[in-house]
Design a protein around this ligand. Structure first.
Ligand SMILES: *Cc1c(COP(=O)(O)O)cnc(C)c1O
Length: 325
C-alpha cells in the first residue's frame, strides 16, 4: 500500500509499505469528527493485449481535491495522485485479475490523524492507497435490482456534503439501507431532503431513466455525488445521438411515465457496479415496475461500451485510459 503523511504543513515523501495494520491514536480527529475523504477506481487487465489500464484517474484526482476542500483537508496534486496510483498498480501488477468481470479496485483514503479532541481541522493527516481484486458489485445476470424510495431518512441536504466522497455520507445511509434489506430491497432510492419528492441517487450510485426518446439523470445540485461513470455515460449517449437531460426528476414524473408506458429503462451507475438495471421502485404504497426489455437495452449497450474501452477491446477515442508500465 501507498502511505504519505502530512506533518507541519507539508506532505512528506510518500512510499510503499506492505499492506497491513496501522497505528493511530484513539483520539485521532478523523475518527471522531469524520474528517476523512476517499476515492474509488479500478485497474483493468486488457483481454487481448494484457496491458493494465486505469479509467479516467484524473477525474478521481480532481474529485478528491474537491472533497478535501469541502472538509478542510490538505489537497494532493493531480500529478502526485496519478504518480502514486500508477506506481502502486505497477508494483501490484500480479494482483490485477485476468478475468473480464474482475479488476483491481483502488481505494485512496485521506484522514485527519492528529490526536486532539477540539473541533477544528487536524494538523496531521495520512494518505493511504490500498488495493484489492474485485468482481462486479451486482449480479448482472439477474432481472435488475429493486429500490425502496426513502420517505423519512435523507442522505444529503443542500449545503451539506452530498457532493463530497466522504464516509459521513455513507454512515447516514446505513440505517435506511439495513431496513430496506430486511424488507427485501437491494438499495435505497434517495430523495431530496426537503420534500422527499425529487430523485437523487440509487444507493451509492448515480441513476438514469430512459423516458420516451430521452435519457434523464438528476442534475448535480450539490447533494449528488458527481460520478465518473455518470459523466462517461452522458458523453457516450451524446455521441450515439441519444438525447440526455440533467434535470430535477420527481417521483411523480416517474409514476406518470410508467402509466403512459414511456418509462422503458432505469439503471444505476458507478465504478463498483458499472451499470446495473433497476427492475422495481417502491414508493409508499405504489410499485413502479420497469419493463424487462430484451437484452437490447441502453444499459447493456453502455455496459459493453464502457467495459470494452476499459479492457482495451474498443478504441479509446476519448483518451480515457492511462496505461500502466
Ligand atoms: C462514488 C459514488 C458514486 C459513483 O461515482 P463513480 O465515480 O462513478 O464511481 C455515486 N454516488 C455516490 C454516493 C458515490 O459515493
Amino acid at each position: 500500500m501507498f502511505h504519505q503523511r502530512w506533518r507541519n504543513g507539508v506532505w512528506t515523501e510518500g512510499g510503499f509499505v506492505p499492506h497491513g495494520k496501522i497505528q493511530i491514536s484513539p483520539a485521532a480527529l478523523g475518527l471522531h469528527y469524520s474528517q476523512a475523504v476517499f476515492e474509488g477506481l479500478k485497474a483493468y487487465r486488457g483481454t487481448s493485449d494484457n496491458v493494465i489500464r486505469l479509467f479516467r484517474p484524473d477525474k478521481n484526482a480532481a474529485r478528491l481535491q474537491a472533497s478535501c476542500d469541502r472538509l478542510c483537508i490538505p489537497q494532493v496534486s493531480t500529478e502526485y495522485f496519478l504518480e502514486a496510483i500508477s506506481a502502486l498498480v505497477s508494483l501490484d501488477k500480479k494482483w490485477v485479475p485476468d478475468n473480464r468481470s474482475q479488476s483491481l479496485y483502488l481505494r485512496p483514503i485521506l484522514f485527519g490523524s492528529e490526536a486532539h479532541l477540539s473541533v477544528r481541522p487536524a494538523r496531521s493527516y495520512e494518505f493511504f492507497i490500498i488495493a484489492a481484486p474485485v468482481s462486479e458489485y451486482f449480479d448482472r445476470a439477474g432481472p435488475g435490482i429493486s429500490l425502496r424510495a426513502e420517505d423519512h431518512y435523507t442522505r444529503a441536504a443542500p449545503g451539506g456534503m452530498g457532493a463530497a466522497k466522504t464516509g459521513g455520507n455513507y454512515a447516514s445511509t446505513l440505517r435506511a439501507t439495513e431496513d430496506g434489506l430486511e424488507k427485501g430491497f437491494d438499495q435505497i432510492l434517495w430523495l431530496d431532503s426537503k420534500r422527499h419528492c425529487f430523485i437523487e441517487e440509487a444507493g451509492h450510485m448515480n441513476i438514469f431513466f430512459r423516458i420516451g426518446e430521452k435519457v434523464l439523470t438528476p442534475a448535480l445540485t450539490g447533494t449528488i455525488l458527481p460520478g465518473v461513470t455518470r459523466d462517461s455515460i452522458i458523453t457516450l449517449l451524446d455521441d450515439w445521438g441519444v438525447q440526455t437531460e440533467e434535470k430535477k426528476i420527481s417521483i411523480d414524473e416517474l409514476k406518470n411515465a410508467m402509466k403512459s408506458g414511456e418509462l422503458v429503462e432505469a439503471f444505476g451507475a458507478g465504478t463498483a457496479a458499472v451499470v446495473v438495471p433497476i427492475r422495481r421502485i417502491e414508493h409508499r404504497s405504489t410499485s413502479i415496475l420497469i419493463p424487462n426489455l430484451d437484452s437490447n437495452t441502453l444499459c447493456n449497450r453502455l455496459y459493453d461500451e464502457l467495459t470494452g474501452i476499459q479492457y482495451g477491446e474498443i478504441a479509446d477515442r476519448y483518451n480515457w485510459m492511462t496505461k500502466i508500465c
